[in-house]
Design a protein around this ligand. Structure first.
Ligand code: PEP
Length: 274
């Protein structure tokens, strides 16, 4: 099977709780220089996303390199209300934010984020014009007990079950498969393991929505992606990008991953669909 040219490759930086505003600005300016120097394919076949902490979002929107998008790392599902410490989809849109990462395993693990709330967040993001990036993935225990596929299917079914079929593509929905045992551990899923789970995810998307829609949704891999392993992961038919933590804190390594995606699209003839 050859790699789809319908779906863009998305390379996303998750900064987590890192970077003061000055550092954020420096990174974005440096990234803009890299992107200016490598225009071929950027913005059309390869999309770049940066997800800074809330404190740098406004600045990131103002300093966003052309052809990149700024995502928040979380949001509340209501548009306003008595939810101390939370940030609403309306507030993010007001800042000019493009999308939102939802259900990252660190939020599930440390902040009790559960699939029920995620289902509401996905719908709210789509309604407010924020592109949802839904994270799913199994723990080491779940993988070792043979439950990885079931866990991921259940996470998708619950979190996406309330999303209108039309919104599944018009919202810019993407999925990030992030095996919990591979996040920040230096342990990467082999390209075979990752491709297998991505194919499972696409199959589940087809049963939640339909085959045509499943073919249009980008499924990113996350878990210790670096410039040295990005190419072999992205070469797989169902791996449409990378959600990157540690290696996205420096432009040198993040741009190495973007470069791997650009090399791949340069070697893959476009069907003219993008
Ligand atoms: C992440 O935070 O989503 C992630 C994949 O982190 P890392 O690349 O450091 O494993």
């Amino acid at each position: 099977m050859t790699k789809s040219t319908v779906r863009p490759i998305v390379i996303a930086a998750n900064w987590k709780m890192h970077k003061l505003r000055g550092e954020a600005m420096e990174f974005l300016d440096e990234l803009a220089t890299y992107m200016d120097e490598h225009p071929q394919g950027l913005g059309s076949r390869v999309e770049v996303v940066v997800a800074p902490p809330f404190t740098s979002l406004e600045l990131a929107v103002e300093h966003c390199p052309p052809h990149a998008r700024i995502y928040s790392q979380n949001m509340h599902q209501d548009d306003h209300g008595a939810f101390t410490g939370e940030v609403s989809p309306a507030m993010l849109r007001d800042l000019g934010v493009d999308g939102v990462v939802l259900g990252h395993s660190e939020r599930r693990q440390y902040f009790n984020e559960h699939d029920g709330a995620l289902a509401e967040k996905v719908v709210a993001a789509a309604e407010f014009g924020l592109r949802p990036m839904l994270c799913v993935g199994e723990t080491l225990e779940e993988r070792q007990s043979g439950a990885a596929e079931d866990v991921v299917r259940r996470q998708l079914e619950t979190a996406l079950g309330d999303l209108d079929v039309i919104k599944a593509t018009s919202s810019g929905l993407s999925i990030a498969y992030e095996p919990v045992w591979a996040i920040g551990t230096g342990e990467t899923a082999t390209p075979e393991i990752a491709q297998h789970l991505h194919a499972v995810i696409r199959d589940e998307l087809a049963s939640i929505f339909n085959v045509e829609i499943a073919e249009r949704i980008s499924v990113l891999y996350g878990g210790s992606v670096k410039p040295g392993n990005a190419g072999e992961l992205l070469a797989n038919v169902d791996i449409d990008g990378a959600l990157v933590g540690g290696a996205a804190l420096e432009v040198a390594s993040f741009s190495g991953i973007i470069g791997a995606a650009l090399d791949l699209v340069a070697a893959t003839p476009s069907a003219g669909a993008r």
